[in-house]
Design a protein around this ligand. Structure first.
Ligand SMILES: Cc1cc2nc3c(=O)[nH]c(=O)nc-3n(C[C@H](O)[C@H](O)[C@H](O)COP(=O)(O)OP(=O)(O)OC[C@H]3O[C@@H](n4cnc5c(N)ncnc54)[C@H](O)[C@@H]3O)c2cc1C
Length: 360
């Protein structure tokens, strides 16, 4: 444990409040009281211990919507990095990855090493430490399948420990770590399979892009290349030259409906065709939020006020099209979409990013 009285040693301390927009992929968010960068797990702990309340732990800023008033307290930027092998045998390797390690660098490295398990999660922005927070997932894979534990600093009792995967409460775009400020993620352990081939491809669109049947395996590098291609076509790979990527990715989660609500939706949308859906446990059905938004009358490129717009490549991404739009403009568009979908189709959409000092 670190000495609570010690100041972070190598912090980049931007004592002058700067707009948080510069630290988010949306390019939105007002000033912070103070911004501190921490470059190791020990520094993260120190920074959190000595920081003035309230504290915001921020990494890649790709899953946050920060209000125009900014954040009044201390923002701790997670800038640690690195990976080490914890255990390995003929068939698998378990690695511990520091929270600030850029996620896609990790994915690329695992593929280069012939370690399978993360290949379909290629191209997702942000840090490794944030992946357990919402159980990051895409193209039929999610991190809950490979995470064995999450090393945290518990702000409640000042301890540092590894939370085993079974206690992380992983769910669709969620875990015990989302919407809380008790646990700060320091590193994440992944158990990966030694294999030149991907896991069975589960996502039909990806299988089509690879020219294989669902359930087949492909070389890891092929899986990565196909995922990156599909994602880029949807504006889901960060590209400074592409305003469609000035977003948080999907703004709404796919709603998970009980059978009665799903049947109601089928009735209300009878003349619109059947919604793309995925059966879940206990009779629950996950429905495509993009389809609901589209059928409620919001097509790709739909503009809001003040320079925000639905991405021209994906109905589910709300973008800072002009680059100078405000958070309140973005949330106004989001609430119009949410309310219209609810009124027309009876389904309530929920935001996927974490809203900080603002509300929908
Ligand atoms: C173009 C684009 C595409 C995307 N595609 C996907 C996708 O396919 N699938 C998917 O699941 N997500 C996707 N996302 C969302 C986002 O990239 C992921 O959720 C990512 O894991 C967020 O990482 P981050 O480091 O940017 O987190 P941040 O935005 O910095 O933080 C997100 C939340 O996690 C908390 N947090 C971050 N780091 C820590 C830490 N070390 N300890 C404690 N709390 C922490 C923050 O306080 C905040 O509440 C996409 C986003 C964009 C912009």
């Amino acid at each position: 444990m670190s000495d609570a009285s010690a100041q972070p040693t190598t912090e980049v301390d931007r004592a002058i409040p700067g707009p948080l927009a510069g630290y988010t992929t949306l390019r939105m968010g007002g000033p912070a009281g103070r911004i501190v960068a921490a470059t190791s797990a020990d520094e993260i702990i120190q920074a959190v211990q000595v920081a003035d309340e309230p504290i915001l732990v921020l990494a890649g800023g790709s899953n946050v919507v920060i209000g125009d008033a900014g954040f009044p307290g201390t923002v701790v930027l997670v800038r640690s990095g690195g990976l080490r092998i914890l255990t390995e045998d003929a068939g698998s390797v378990t690695v511990r990855v520091e929270a600030g390690e850029p996620w896609d660098d990790l994915v690329a490295a695992t593929i280069g090493n012939g370690w399978a398990g993360l290949e379909c999660l290629s191209g997702i922005p942000g840090s490794t430490g944030a992946t357990p927070i919402q159980n990051v997932g895409a193209y039929g894979q999610e991190v809950a399948e490979t995470i064995t534990g999450v090393e945290v600093y518990d702000r409640l009792d000042g301890t540092r420990r590894v939370v085993p995967a079974a206690e992380c409460g992983f769910a669709y775009r969620g875990s015990i770590f989302k919407y809380q400020d008790r646990w700060v993620v320091l590193s994440v352990d992944f158990r990966l399979t030694r294999s030149p081939l991907s896991g069975p491809v589960r996502y039909a669109e990806l299988a089509r892009a690879l020219g294989v049947e669902v359930g087949e395996r492909v070389p890891l590098a092929d899986a990565r290349a196909a995922v990156l291609r599909l994602r880029a076509g949807k504006g889901m790979v960060l590209d400074a030259a592409d305003p469609d990527t000035r977003s948080v990715g999907s703004f709404f989660t796919n709603p998970v409906l009980d059978r009665a609500t799903y049947d109601q939706l089928l009735e209300r949308s009878a003349d619109l065709g059947e919604p793309p859906s995925w059966p879940g446990a206990d009779g629950l059905v996950k429905v495509s939020a993009a389809w609901l938004i589209d059928k409620a009358g919001f097509t790709k490129g739909h503009p809001g006020e003040g320079g925000v717009a639905i991405s021209s490549k994906h109905t589910l991404a709300l973008t800072n099209r002009s680059g100078t739009a405000s958070t309140s403009d973005l949330l106004a568009l989001a609430s119009t979409i949410r309310d219209t979908v609810h009124n027309r189709l009876g389904v309530t959409l929920h935001p996927e990013p974490v809203l900080i000092n603002c509300a929908l």
